[in-house]
Design a protein around this ligand. Structure first.
Ligand code: ZN
Ligand code: ZN
Length: 409
């Protein structure tokens, strides 16, 4: 089980504890007491991972064997042929195209499913010298595919995610060719043309005019990243099933040959993103428990990814994060606790990266690892960053985890 962005740092709103330390987690602690703890650098020490880089690495692949855009597009049911250029997209807010200051990377997390769908219809009418598809997915997220023989040697337009940037800025940039190559230049030109046209449409769209009138941030810009043209080449896990419901993880499971079970994510209907997240989290925990129950005698391995816990990290909401951890503990983990001992099931619980609330973003800090392997003599342990640092499982990089816990030989 991967609990997204679980790792954290001490926070003053939690009396200098991390959300995981502050949370009451009797069921995680039950498993920890009968297992071993350790800590993991999801990719390698010093590296700040995005979710895709972390899971690709944990499942034993090189970072270059996939791209975010390809995984997101495939996880959004977009049909792809070789050479199609895919991106991950955020609806975002900027002050103006001329100045390009990013006000909010997620349009305040208040874009409803219906608004995203209407804006997307308008975007899909943009005239370009090539075909393209823009598809809204969950909340502020979308996938974008340009059809034809493009290059993926181009940067995104949010400098925070551009490689080699030591000082992430809050400015948008144009997409730039990363190679001195005609196709990369041509591709950047088309993508930049698209982004400018999209801004004009979005900024003047009645949906956004109405949002501004209501005091909400307009979703007037598209931030894109993770350019990819190659189908991901990932290690295959044919004996696995998964419970994944976000486009990236669905795309990842499919690319690994894992049989994924998804569910319809609740629509964001009002402006309260957290109400929507909680609905999603409740559904996700219930769904994962059901999938495990149904497949307990059929599948050998199950991969469960719980996504919601990453968001309060980005929003500096440590109490919300603690509450989410407690909720996962009394629902899904309690269920696991009730079935794993008699079924002799091993359980690994970890994170894809740390998202410390006070940093409002991912960090290079290692993540805690819990390995419940039945049959241990219980000893008092709390599953948290500090105890994991001292744990017997020790330290590892992401691509060593499966070996350490015996998932691969
Ligand atoms: Zn993540
Ligand atoms: Zn994140």
């Amino acid at each position: 089980m991967i609990i997204d962005g679980l790792g954290d740092l001490p926070h003053k709103l939690l009396n200098d504890l991390t959300p995981l330390e502050a949370a009451q987690t009797p069921n995680l602690d039950f498993l920890a007491a009968r297992g071993v703890l350790g800590y993991m650098y999801p990719v390698k020490p010093g590296f700040i991972p995005e979710s895709d880089e972390a899971i690709v690495s944990i499942f034993g692949n090189d970072l270059i064997s996939s791209s975010r855009g390809q995984l997101e597009a495939r996880g959004s049911d977009l049909k792809m042929t070789r050479g199609d250029l895919a991106f991950r997209v955020n609806f975002a807010t900027i002050n103006s195209l001329e100045q390009g200051n990013i006000i909010d990377r997620r349009a305040g997390r208040t874009l409803t499913t219906e608004e995203a769908s209407i804006l997307s219809k308008a975007i899909n009418k943009i005239k370009l010298p090539c075909e393209f598809v823009f598809k809204p997915t969950i909340q502020h997220r979308a996938a974008l595919v340009f059809r034809g023989g493009f290059s993926d040697d181009i940067s995104g337009n949010d400098s925070t995610y551009n490689q080699g940037m030591n000082f992430p800025s809050d400015k948008v940039s144009k997409c730039k060719p990363l190679e001195d190559d005609e196709n990369a230049q041509y591709t950047s030109n088309i993508v930049n043309e698209f982004l400018e046209k999209a801004y004009v449409i979005l900024n003047n769209h009645p949906i956004n005019i109405a949002r501004v009138r209501r005091g909400l941030l307009p979703a007037n810009f598209l931030l894109i990243r993770g350019a990819g043209i190659e189908p991901p080449k990932l290690k295959q896990y044919k004996k696995w099933i998964s419970s994944n419901y976000m486009p990236l993880e669905i795309g990842f499971s499919n690319a690994c040959g894992i049989k994924n079970y998804s569910f319809e994510y609740p629509e964001l209907k009002g402006i309260d993103a957290y109400e929507n997240l909680w609905k999603g989290l409740r559904k996700a925990c219930k769904h994962a428990a059901n999938i495990i129950k149904k497949n307990i005698k059929r599948a050998e391995y199950a991969y469960v990814h719980i996504k919601e816990t990453d968001l309060p990290g980005h929003d500096n909401k440590p109490i919300e994060k603690k509450l989410m951890i407690e909720y996962i503990d009394i629902t899904l983990i309690r269920y696991l606790r009730s079935i794993v001992p008699q079924n002799k099931i091993n359980v690994v619980i970890t994170a894809d990266h740390s998202t410390p609330c006070k940093l409002k973003g991912h960090s290079a800090d290692p993540v805690p690892v819990l390995f419940y392997n039945c049959g241990q003599v219980p000893s008092a342990k709390k599953f948290c960053e500090k105890e994991c640092r001292k744990g017997e499982l020790g330290r590892m990089d992401g691509n060593e985890l499966f070996q350490k816990v015996g998932f691969v030989k």
